[in-house]
Design a protein around this ligand. Structure first.
Ligand code: AP5
Ligand code: MG
Length: 217
């Protein structure tokens, strides 16, 4: 079944921390025309602005724990009210619990779930070497995607991108988020939902091609 880009359905991009969700989201967004919505980026913006929500979320994020469902669902409900949500959205890192997926199913029609699979042993190197450009939001990696020379002096490292925190994030992923995959597989049996699993171990370019091939089907 091919993805009908004319509909207002949404896409869920799913996978462990550092799998490449943010890296691949830009291309998928261009390909499908669906705006990217990253709950991680929204939470980091709230922390930076010092809003009440940011203050509540910060402790969880710094520890590598999931932010409580009610906070996340509130954020997404507000985001769904913006004009560009009417054509469907590309959710990056949301939902992350079955409770979040159940809430999402009440307010959006998800037609595609893309799972990027990367083994834990590859994750730490990806996370610890990640650098972000605060001006453009571009994601780099010291080894796998070095930044251009004129950008390198302004790069920042995410506060939760330490070896210790990534272990907690991986635990949270396996305990609370991974079960969602089976939940979506079950849901797909009774609906038009398509669930695809992408081998995320190749290069950034190889993973992009695998995803694009699936989207063209
Ligand atoms: P969030 O920001 O979503 O973090 P995450 O899920 O841990 O995922 P990342 O952003 O770390 O990884 P990514 O898959 O986007 O990888 P990227 O493309 O950057 O969430 C942060 C925190 O917010 C959570 O821990 C939680 O506290 C909270 N939160 C957010 N959403 C929540 C929710 N729904 N519910 C509850 N709490 C929530 O790539 C990583 C690195 O690898 C980069 O350097 C990149 O260049 C490199 N790379 C990418 N692809 C490849 C490749 N194929 N080969 C080699 N290197 C690669
Ligand atoms: Mg990300």
């Amino acid at each position: 079944m091919s993805l009908d880009l004319s509909t207002s359905t949404s896409i869920v991009l799913f996978g462990p921390p550092g799998a490449g969700k943010g890296t691949q989201a830009g291309n998928i967004s261009i390909f499908t025309g669906k705006p990217q919505v990253s709950t991680g980026d929204m939470l980091r913006a709230a922390v930076k602005e010092g809003t009440q929500l940011g203050i509540e979320a910060k402790g969880f994020m710094d520890e590598g724990l999931l932010v409580p469902d009610n906070i996340i669902i509130g954020l997404i409900s507000e985001r769904m009210e913006q004009d560009d949500a009417s054509g469907g959205l590309l959710f990056d890192g949301f939902p992350r619990t079955i409770a979040q997926a159940e809430e999402l199913s009440k307010i959006a029609n998800v037609s595609l779930v893309i799972m990027i699979e990367v083994p834990d042993e590859d994750i730490v190197e990806r996370i610890v070497g990640r650098r972000m450009d605060p001006q453009t939001g571009e994601i780099y990696h010291v080894k796998f995607k070095p930044a251009p020379f004129d950008v390198s002096s302004r790069l920042i490292q995410r506060k939760d991108d330490t070896e210790d925190t990534v272990r907690s994030r991986l635990d949270a992923y396996h305990m609370q988020t991974k079960p969602l995959y089976d939940w979506y597989i079950e849901a797909s049996k009774e609906s038009h939902l398509r669930v695809i699993s992408i081998d995320g171990r190749g290069s950034i370019q190889q993973v992009s091609e695998l995803i694009e091939n699936e989207l063209r089907r």
